[in-house]
Every structure is written in C-alpha cells, then in structure tokens.
Design a protein. Sequence first.
Length: 482
Amino acid sequence: MTNAPERLSKKNFTTIAVLIVSSFVVILNETIMNVALPVLMIEFNVTADAIQWLATIFMLTMAVVIPMTGFLLQKMSTRKVFLLAMGMFALGTTLAAVAPGFGVLLVARVIQACGTAVMMPLLMTTILDLVPPSRRGVLMGNVSIVISVAPAIGPTLSGLILQYLSWRFMFIVIIPIAILALVIGTPRLGNEPGQAKAPLSFASILLAVPGFGGLVYGLSRLSAAGASPLNLGILFVALLCLVAFAVLQSRLQREDKALLDLRPLTYRDFSLSLVLMMFAMVALFGVIILLPMFFTNVLGMETLTTGLIMLPGGLLMGILAPFVGRLYDKVGPRPLVVPGALVLTAVMLAYAMILDSTTPIWLLVLLHLAMSLGLALIFTPAFTTALNPLPHHLHSHGSALLSTLQQLGGALGTALVVGVVAATTASKLAEGTDELVAAVEGFAPGFLVGAACSVGILIIGFLMGGKKQLVTEEAESTSAVH
C-alpha cells in the first residue's frame, strides 16, 4: 500500500459516501423497532417477554458477528464484503416487511443484524485505508453523523409511521434505499482480493458466540429481571469464555491467524479511547433509555411526542460532527474532549437534580441539545484518536474491536441505569412514598451514573494529546505503510 494522498480521489470519495449512506440506513433500522414492540405484541398475539426478543435477538447477533468482521475484512475485497452485508440487510428487511408471523419476523431480524454488524467496521476500515491521518477527523465526523442522527430519527420516524400506516411500512420505506445503495455502490467499490491467507479458527468462533453473545444477553436479562442466580451464571460463563477467547487470540495473532487480533490494545491511544468510548456509550444508551421512560411514565407523553423532543439533539450532533472533525484535524483530541465532558457532566447533574413532573418541555429540549453538544465534542475525537495510530494490517481488527466495545457499552449502560432506577424506585415505594414521587426520585440515581461516566471521560480527556500528537501519529502511519 502507498501513502494516501492529501486529497481524496473521486473514486475514493464515492466509495466512502456510499458506505456512509449505507451505514446510516442500517443503523436507522436498528433503532426503528423498539417503538413498535407494543403494536407487534398485539399484532402477533404474543407475550411482552416474547416480543422483546425482536430487539434482543438483534443485539445478540450483532454482538456475535462484529468480532468476526476483522477477519472477514482481511479475507475478502471491499466489494464482496459490502455486497454480503447490504445483500443480507436488504433480504432481511424484505422478509420482515412480508412476515406472516412472529417466527418469520424473528428470523428476518437475525438476517438484518448480520448485515448491520459488518457495515460500521467496513466503513471505518475503509476510511483508515483511504484517508491520511491529517484528514481523518472530518471523515470520522461523518461517521458520527451515522451514529448520532440515525438513532435520533429512528423513534420519530417509527412513531409517525405507526400513527398513520401499518407497521410493515417501517421496513417497506427502507427496502428501496437499501437496494439503491446496492446497485450504486457495488460496481464502484474496490474488488482487490483480501490479503489474509490464514484459515478460519473454529475454536475462536466456539468461544466468541457464548462469550460476546452471552455477555450481551446476560446484561439484557440483568436490566429486565435483576441479579438472579441464572442471570449471574450466564454472565459468569460468558466472562470465562471471553477470557479463554482472549488467550487463544493472543496465541493465534503471533502467526496472523487470529479471528480478532488484540494487538491494537497495545497502542496507548487506542486503549484510552476504547475506555472513553465505553464511558460515552454507557452514558448515551443510559440516557436514550431513561429519557423516554421519564417522559412516558412521569410526564405521560406519547411516543411520538417523546421522539420529537429528542429529535433536535440528534440533528444538532449530526450538524456539528463535520465541524468537530475539522477542528480535530487542527487541534487534536484534548481541546475537544475536555469541554465536551464538562458539558456532559453538567447536563447529567441537571437531569438528576431538576427533572420532575412539572419540568417544562422547553427545558427538556434545551438540556437534550446541551447533552448532544457535549457528545458531539467527544465521539469524533474518540473514534479518530483510537484508530489513527494503528498500522494498516490492524485497521480492520481495530475497527472490529471498537464496534464490539460500542455494543457491549450500550448493553452495559442499559443494564446499569435501568437496574439502578428500578432498585431505587422499589426502595422508595417500600418506604411508602407516593408512586409518582417514587418514580421521579428513582430516575435521579440513573442520571448520576451518567454523570460518573462523564467524569471518567473528563479524566481520560486530560490524558489525551493535542496537535503535536497528531503530527507524531501521521509520521508513524506514513512509516508503517511503507
């Protein structure tokens, strides 16, 4: 591989643009389902526990497939990986749109998740391969648009569809976009064969499935049913499998045969950013879960109203992301992450202290906009700082590790804040507190968890570098590809 040029060629620009649009579509689909679960429960005449599997099975599939994408991206060409990912996503979406029953819809969600799991690592790896370190910030800002705007639009879009149309249109509106991305993108993506010659490690797969899948499933059960012996047992077995998986990968990577190469963890900036992303995802997913719960349970709002209140914040993150990326390319991570973490901490504390049944809508929107500003200053620097120092042969595995930790962080955040809120609310009710007051007071500790994570981000932000670090990383990257 030769050193990437300062300016993107038209072909490389088109390649990244196609992948960004495709990633946006698949992430949008990931967040569009949750609002529809009550409607689908009635449609298919199943229990609340059963219908929740439409969300759970998607998370489990993502958690299992993402760690394997590092190997896949080194084994196949960009075009073949894209064709596989978007092909499976389009197939799953079409099957979901025409599903005659709950079982078929469940299978469709698994197929969708297989395609979705590959897209973000593919996008990030492609950016690393085609874009020099000095310009990656602005491109990674576009990745942040995918991560921030799609989840913001998802609940609002599904709320609008469910209010006026059949639930099947949640999938029908996605199908033509997915097919169009396939038709436009496939011939424009590179078809150079992958460089990896190592065989697939089936032992690694046998450990990865119960390890990553079991951890996400155990955390989801923890948030829904508490710390029962069964749930703790699932988590314990999952952690054992992950330890064995890590030991096995450490041996296999010496001969470049690892399913998920762990050597990116030896780079200080990657490890720091990975911890930062974990804190950020715990805070983000915690708030994504808590705010709709608060709006519905305490303020009595409808789902569509909740989505509309949270929509401006997601759009603000999307608007800011490219500008934050450009700033990152000029000043480095610390001048962005530190103020972002301070804003995020202040908002989380404000949520914990002032939210009650009389909080006006304008204040809710303002706080959510401020939180989105803080997250916009954090995500792009975290992504870029993590992946910038990695040599070319570790790009795909670094992207897979980062995406895997995002999934685990989201699952952990959901389990943690929901568990804290449920336990606090139950304790207040046991003391004889009024039901509404107990609900309000129960949410405060959940937001304090987010505040604690924000302080963690702040500490890591001070450990990150500035512009001088970017110059060093570019020099290392240039020497690594020759």
